[in-house]
Design a protein around this ligand. Structure first.
Ligand SMILES: [Zn+2]
Length: 134
């Protein structure tokens, strides 16, 4: 009984390469919150303070680079114009890290809808490229 429990635990805490990579990616991504190029991009997209239609409160709004409409901060995301991981997939940390912490000219503010559309398009492009490689 004890052995079985410990066996399950061991599996859960197993430090596989995939899990290690996912952990490093999440730590690197959380660091972007403190990355000046990122919050400067967000600041540059500021429009006006007005009533957030959802909460009824006054909130700073930001302009989406695609639809040009403005949204409260919770509805916008800072996007990498050239994706961090290209159609070829993850290659190395040497290319991943500088791509994640890129210069402002590769960053833009998008509303959640436009960001989702762009991500979906990039995923499809990556999938079709993988097919042609095979
Ligand atoms: Zn938009």
């Amino acid at each position: 009984m004890v052995r079985r429990t410990s066996g399950v635990k061991k599996k859960e805490t197993e430090w596989t390469e995939g899990r290690w990579k996912a952990f490093v990616v999440s730590v690197l991504r959380s660091g972007t919150q403190k990355y000046p190029e990122k919050y400067e991009t967000l600041n540059a997209a500021k429009t006006i303070k007005k009533v957030n239609v959802k909460t009824g409160r006054i909130a700073q709004h930001y302009q989406c680079a695609v639809c040009l409409l403005d949204f409260p901060q919770t509805n916008v995301q800072v996007d990498h114009i050239i994706p961090i991981v290209g159609p070829e997939g993850f290659t190395s940390w040497d290319s991943y890290i500088p791509a994640l912490y890129c210069k402002r000219d590769n960053l833009q503010v998008l509303c959640k809808e436009d960001h989702a559309r762009k991500t979906k398009r990039e995923r499809e492009e990556s999938r079709s490229q993988k097919k042609t490689i095979k």
